[in-house]
Design a protein around this ligand. Structure first.
Ligand code: SAM
Length: 212
């Protein structure tokens, strides 16, 4: 998702109390940002923030950080936070490649990846957020029993992600090719913006959960 440049987005992000502009300075100290020792969960590539905001609403006992690399997209989440402030949610405008510079080993309990960009060309595979290169970065910040939850309607990306996870010795804890017909899993499913759009078009939604 990349919106047209939005005038003033960069300045608004820099002035926002909801965005941490210098995340490297909080590596190993995120509990100070939230003022508690609650679990910390990230959504990488959160887009406009619908999913992570609903997570934060439903789970006030957990801290959440939404990560998005484009100002023009992040600004939409900030506008929603101005209407409804969620004390357990912060945002970072970073490329997720820098995650290990921002979080200490074991600091993160869970990572959500939703409808990540497919990067269909083989030569761009390492940009996919479920590539072995990204799995190695997640490995550096997740707790030993931490998990990654990934949803997409893109079957080639999903199959690639399963292969990458196996290749990197992650366990496949859950794998479904049709999440929306799994009654039990749907009980606490939170729809993302892309999920709502693609499932309305009739696309089945795939989901996997992996751990080490
Ligand atoms: N997760 C949302 C959803 O399901 O509705 C948005 C999906 S959108 C296709 C993917 C988002 O991931 C885009 O907003 C893109 O800018 C962001 N993204 C892609 N690669 C990223 C990276 N390396 N670091 C941070 N954000 C990234």
């Amino acid at each position: 998702m990349r919106l047209r440049n939005i005038k003033g987005a960069r300045e608004a992000i820099e002035a926002s109390p909801y965005v941490i502009l210098d995340p490297e300075n909080y590596k190993g100290r995120w509990h100070e940002v939230f003022g508690n020792d609650h679990l910390l969960r990230l959504e990488v590539g959160m887009g406009k923030g619908q999913f992570i905001m609903e997570q934060a609403r439903r789970h006030p006992e957990v801290n959440f950080i939404g990560i998005e690399m484009y100002s023009s997209v992040l600004i939409r989440a900030l506008q929603k936070m101005e209407e409804e402030e969620l004390p357990n949610l912060k945002f970072l405008r970073i490329d997720a490649r820098t995650l290990p510079e921002c979080f200490a080993q074991g600091e993160v309990d869970r990572i959500y990846l939703n409808f990540s960009d497919p990067w269909p060309k083989d030569r761009h595979a390492k940009r996919r957020l479920t590539s072995r290169q990204f799995l190695a970065r997640y490995d550096q910040v997740l707790k030993s029993d931490g998990i990654i939850e990934f949803k997409t309607d893109n079957r080639p990306l999903f199959d690639f992600s399963l292969e990458e996870a196996k290749e990197a010795n992650w366990h496949i804890d859950l794998c479904t090719y049709d999440l929306h017909h799994e009654e039990e899993l749907m009980q606490d499913n939170i729809m993302t913006e892309y999920e709502a759009r693609f499932s309305a078009q009739g696309n089945p939604i795939h989901k996997m959960i992996i751990s080490r």
